[in-house]
Design a protein around this ligand. Sequence first.
Ligand code: ATP
Ligand code: MG
Length: 229
Amino acid sequence: MLNVQSLSAAYGASEVLHGVDINVPAGEIVAIMGRNGMGKTTLMKTLMGIIPEKSGAVDVDGTPITGLKSHQRVAKGVAYVPQGRMIFSAMTVQENVETGLTVTGQSKVPDDIYELFPVLLDMKGRRGGNLSGGQQQQLAIARALASNPKVLLLDEPTEGIQPSIIREMARTLRKIRDQKGLTIVVSEQVLSFALDVADRVMVIENGSFVHDSPRDGIDEAKVSKFLSV
Ligand SMILES: Nc1ncnc2c1ncn2[C@@H]1O[C@H](COP(=O)(O)OP(=O)(O)OP(=O)(O)O)[C@@H](O)[C@H]1O
Ligand SMILES: [Mg+2]
């Protein structure tokens, strides 16, 4: 479903993503783990067309999206929950979710999105900026789902969120995958969350992958060693 070949990206002359390959079958959840500054956000932004590819190719469901603009990638089925959530503070919860509808041609938010996140239905008319961090994260995920994606990218969704909400988020993401057959790539530094949510764990270091293993039978000690400074 998501096929990334020899993808490189740079800020000016400084290359920070060095020819990475990622292959995610439909319905799989992959966690991309790595310490601060290792290239997780750069990878996500490059997949979304926010940073241009320096070289390499990206396909979604067999369709090349390399070189496309962000909104074109959304139309091809890629959705993105950015690090820090980036919801619109002054807009209501409902308006925030509706911004995700633009590529679908629908004007109404599908009911199943509010079924996944009942708290958002209760707070539909409230300003996004008045929600708690955990509620804003749910809002950012709901907004991404409103574009009816095939592939959902989430960049460190647990950042600044309390442990009980983190566990709930893992359950919700798996539920979304099970209900919609969605393919999910989530960057993460919290190993317990990655082990809760993912079918496969990859580790990025200095812009290259150094580890890739299925969740089942994973060498936890080895992965946590990569994550410790
Ligand atoms: N706009 C930018 N201009 C120049 N260099 C950048 C820019 N953004 C990030 N970098 C550099 O690129 C490298 C990868 O950064 P990136 O933000 O992708 O890391 P990350 O894994 O997402 O880290 P974190 O866990 O802190 O979010 C770092 O060395 C960082 O300093
Ligand atoms: Mg980051």
